[in-house]
Design a protein around this ligand. Structure first.
Ligand SMILES: Cc1cc2nc3c(=O)[nH]c(=O)nc-3n(C[C@H](O)[C@H](O)[C@H](O)COP(=O)(O)O)c2cc1C
Length: 168
């Protein structure tokens, strides 16, 4: 497997902590974590395998730093890259916009010439609506540290095991 770049945007540290767990599952020798607040087009283009993670703020908005990073994604050459998404949210307090930020990222990446991988089942979550659903699945990994942190380890481990079979 080629190197993996894990890019995250995090306001209170939750998405950052999940990025670190994902890195641990792959191994720090192969996976690097990068805060999008400090990242550029060149950082993105270094990796053929990308994982992008954002939390959701406001009502269904991308995390602030990730909002600022969208122009870098738009300008990056993503041809042939495999990209997996993860999103942090709170399914009980924001039941109509659960992990919508991940859905916003998906919309931007759908326009790029990359392959999106890592969709997951919505089973085990309780919410009314999510902009990160497509064909009854999440477009990436949904993590809810606020309400279901006891499931975070297992969700991350299962997802990374799937990605190991799919990355370049
Ligand atoms: C003011 C506020 C607005 C939020 N809006 C949403 C939302 O619309 N949808 C959602 O799923 N989670 C929402 N959340 C929950 C956060 O996404 C969640 O707590 C996340 O773990 C924060 O991750 P971070 O520390 O990496 O930014 C909101 C939280 C706050 C405090």
């Amino acid at each position: 497997m080629q190197d993996i770049g894990i890019f995250y945007g995090s306001s209170t540290g939750n998405t950052e902590s999940v990025a670190k767990k994902i890195q641990e599952e792959f191994g720090a020798d192969i996976a690097s974590i990068i805060d999008v607040a400090d990242a550029s087009v060149a950082d993105l283009e270094k990796f053929d395998n990308l994982i992008l993670g954002t939390s959701t703020w406001g009502i269904g908005d991308l995390q602030d730093d990730f909002e600022g990073f969208l122009s870098e994604i738009s300008n990056a050459n993503m041809d042939g890259k495999k990209v997996a998404l993860f999103g942090l949210g709170d399914q009980y307090s924001y039941s109509d916009s659960f992990v919508d930020g991940m859905g916003e990222l998906f919309k931007v990446l759908e326009e790029k010439n990359c392959e999106l991988i890592g969709e997951t089942s919505t089973d085990g979550y309780e919410y009314d609506a999510s902009g990160a659903e497509k064909d009854d699945k999440f477009v990436g990994l949904a993590i809810d540290i606020d309400n279901q942190d006891d499931q975070t380890e297992e969700r991350v481990a299962d997802w990374v095991a799937e990605l190991k079979n799919q990355f370049n």
